[in-house]
Design a protein around this ligand. Structure first.
Ligand code: HSE
Length: 436
């Protein structure tokens, strides 16, 4: 059988990784896919660099529109990124009856519903393993491997840049700004790291996982997104003293009244495997009703790890290319007419445990006042830490860990605590998950 023909849009790090792995493992991949997979054309504005990266072995064009319209191309790989031109090209490729493989989490988290619907109408596949956690086959696991389960929750370290920064902050006791500069110098963080450090990249990824896990449309606009820019080294240290690590987690949880969908720094017991995922690595913990907890770990970025996911999708599409569209694995795991309209809950309605840190005057009755406010709010204390005040400075830090409660109750209690004259700072509030 003739090889299936692929058009590659954008040849940067992941694109050249895909080209190289496909070439290196072509014979093995052919044996798995049932036919060869050939990159027939590459579109990139920098045609000279594209020619160098492909050793002059592939046709190079500068106009991606040309690729998505060519009749000889069966699959388009979109590695341009962003919501603008990438959206137009993907929709055009679908309109022209091409299957699409993409690593573009931003595009799918924001425009996924429109794109999947267009693909369904045309009977083509949009595959996106590389969009979440790079080389970890988490989409495949959620959509197929765990398909027997009612998935209860997912918690993932799904941004390597921020995990690297948090690991460095903990190891070296350094503040966020200092470590960010170091991460940029080492090439871990982008020159503009906003999407990573503000939690947006992780929110794109958890949005996609949430849709697949719970059979609902993608709803990035409803996700609660909080990054690590306001996190201080002192909270990492206090958390450690209490037996916790702070990780930027993407969390989604099914409840009777809706779905929680959130990204924020989270205290996790140091004894959990996921708490020990360090540096730029990714890990996703999934709780299913039948299987229990399963943990997926690996590289979430980089040329060949991401190429591994892109090529897995190419092989999948190649195998399914001739299958009846109604009998393929659905894009969002559930059949398109079986998606549910379960609401994403506002952040005030989530259930979580909390870490609260406050600076207080070291006077009689201060602690009693604080615990009274918490008790009146129905908030139960799980653990507490108070440091001895320094000589000549009658004030100290109090750290309280709460049991699980509704976020709005904690917010109301914090407002009352902050109004006490003996509480000298704003209350730092971090969410905490036992993940058991
Ligand atoms: N910027 C992402 C990260 C990788 O730091 O994990 C691509 O999703």
């Amino acid at each position: 059988m003739n090889p299936i023909k692929v058009g590659l849009l954008g040849i940067g790090t992941v694109g050249s990784g895909t080209f190289n792995v496909l070439k290196r493992n072509q014979e093995e991949i052919r044996r798995r896919a049932g036919r060869g997979i050939e990159i027939a054309v590459v579109a990139d504005l920098n045609t000279e660099r594209a020619r160098e990266l492909t050793n002059g072995e592939v046709e190079i064009v500068s106009d991606a529109n040309e690729v998505v319209s060519r009749p000889d191309i069966d699959i388009v790989i979109e590695l341009i990124g962003g919501y603008g031109i990438a959206r137009e090209l993907v929709l055009k490729a679908i309109e022209n009856g091409k299957h699409v493989v993409t690593a573009n989490k931003a595009l799918l988290a924001v425009h996924g519903n429109e794109i999947f619907e267009a693909a369904r109408k045309k009977g083509v596949i949009v595959a996106f393993e590389a969009a979440v956690a790079g080389g970890i086959p988490i989409i495949k696991a959620l959509r197929e491997g765990l398909t027997a389960n009612r998935i209860q929750w997912i918690a993932g370290i799904i941004n390597g840049t921020t995990n690297f920064i948090l690991s460095e902050m903990r190891d070296k006791g350094l503040d966020f700004d200092v470590v960010l500069k170091e991460a940029q110098q080492l090439g871990y963080a982008e020159a503009d790291p906003t999407f990573d450090i503000e939690g947006v990249d992780a929110a794109h990824k958890v949005t996609l996982m949430s849709a697949i896990a719970f059979g609902m449309p993608v709803q990035f606009d409803k996700a609660h997104v909080e990054g690590i820019t306001k996190l201080s080294a002192i909270d990492i240290k206090y958390a450690e003293e209490l037996g916790y690590r702070i990780k930027l987690l993407g969390i989604t949880r099914r409840r009777d009244d809706g779905v929680e969908l959130r990204v924020h720094p989270t205290l996790v017991p140091a004894s959990r495997l996921i708490a020990n995922v360090e540096g730029a690595m990714n890990a996703v913990l999934v709780q299913g009703d039948a299987v229990g907890a399963t943990l997926y770990y690996g590289k979430g970025a980089g040329a060949e790890p991401t190429a591994s996911a892109v090529i897995a999708d190419l092989v999948d599409v190649t195998r399914l290319h001739t299958a009846d569209p109604n009998h393929r694995v659905p894009h969002l795991a559930f059949q398109p007419d079986e998606l549910s309209s379960v609401p994403v809950l506002p952040i005030e309605e989530i259930n979580s445990s909390y870490y609260l840190r406050m600076r207080v005057a070291d006077e009689t009755g201060v602690l009693a006042e604080i615990t009274r406010i918490l008790a009146e709010g129905g908030i139960s204390i799980d653990a507490m830490l108070q440091k001895e005040s320094r000589e000549g400075e009658p004030q100290t830090d109090i750290i309280i860990l709460t049991h699980i409660t509704r976020e709005k109750h904690v917010n109301a209690a914090i407002a009352k605590i902050e109004a006490l004259p003996t509480v000298l700072s704003a209350v730092t509030r971090l969410r905490m998950e036992e993940l058991n």
